[in-house]
Ligand binder design. Structure first.
Ligand code: DC
Length: 226
């Protein structure tokens, strides 16, 4: 069974979906890691996004040498754990730019399907176009969202606790970054972020992680998926 979860940055997709999968023994796939990896490697090698030919060579190299561990959500590229590099705001912003490129999306599409289908377990797959493009026939589609202010507050708290120089973390800068990403992800021509017609709207604004996990499990139960 495949559950597609789409929604904007900071809506809680990855933490909620990972915990639901842990509780149910399901497979969790966060497709954003693919776009983040492309962005991080291009920046590391100083390859400009308008050099499409080289960008696509790098995407092929990533497809062949990237290993995603569904149990730990860790990402290895050429044998190196690159997970910490993918978790920064800069990586999210770079991923969003890369994600605007139709040729990149086309190459990453079969990878997302293979990663999901090769698992013998049921899967929750999260991203921006999972219910609309990657798995339009998913058994259940969820559109997860939260207010802009709440998404910014969550990201702020997360960065504050993870950053050594926590005084440098600024709520307004984070909110501006989210607005920019929303605009890029929902405004692009190919596979924009949007709620599929048959998706269930799931607003986590007033929920903490524990209650959101319980509510999502309730939805799965009400749809007879568990
Ligand atoms: O979910 P995330 O924040 O890790 O995603 C990073 C960026 O990747 C996001 O801003 C848009 C892009 N993305 C996408 O376009 N399609 C997906 N299925 C997943 C992510």
């Amino acid at each position: 069974m495949i559950v597609a979860v789409d929604g904007p940055a900071g809506s809680g997709k990855s933490s909620i979906c990972a915990l639901v999968c842990e509780k149910l023994g399901w497979n969790y796939i966060n497709t954003g890691f693919l776009y983040r990896t492309v962005g991080v490697i291009l920046r590391k090698r100083a390859i400009p996004l308008d050099d499409i030919e080289t960008v696509l060579i790098v995407v092929d190299e990533i497809a062949e040498n990237l290993i995603w561990n569904p149990d730990t959500s860790k990402v290895n590229f050429h044998g190196e754990d690159i997970t910490p590099l993918l978790e920064t705001s800069e990586a999210g912003q770079d991923a969003s730019m890369v994600a605007k490129m139709p040729a990149v999306r086309e190459k990453l599409l079969p990878l997302q399907r293979d990663l999901t289908r090769k698992s013998s377990r049921n899967s929750i797959v999260d991203g921006r176009d999972i219910g609309t493009v990657v798995f339009p026939d998913a058994d259940l589609k969820i559109f997860m969202t939260a207010s802009l202010e709440e998404r910014a507050r969550r990201r702020f708290a997360q960065l504050k606790s993870a950053t050594v120089d926590s005084d440098s973390v600024d709520l307004q800068v984070i909110q501006d970054d989210i607005v920019r990403r929303d605009h890029q992800d929902a405004g692009r021509g190919t596979a924009p972020l949007m709620q599929a017609d048959d998706a269930v709207l799931f607003d986590t604004s007033s929920m903490n992680v524990v209650s959101a996990v319980d509510s999502l499990i309730d939805i799965l139960r009400s749809k007879h998926l568990i």
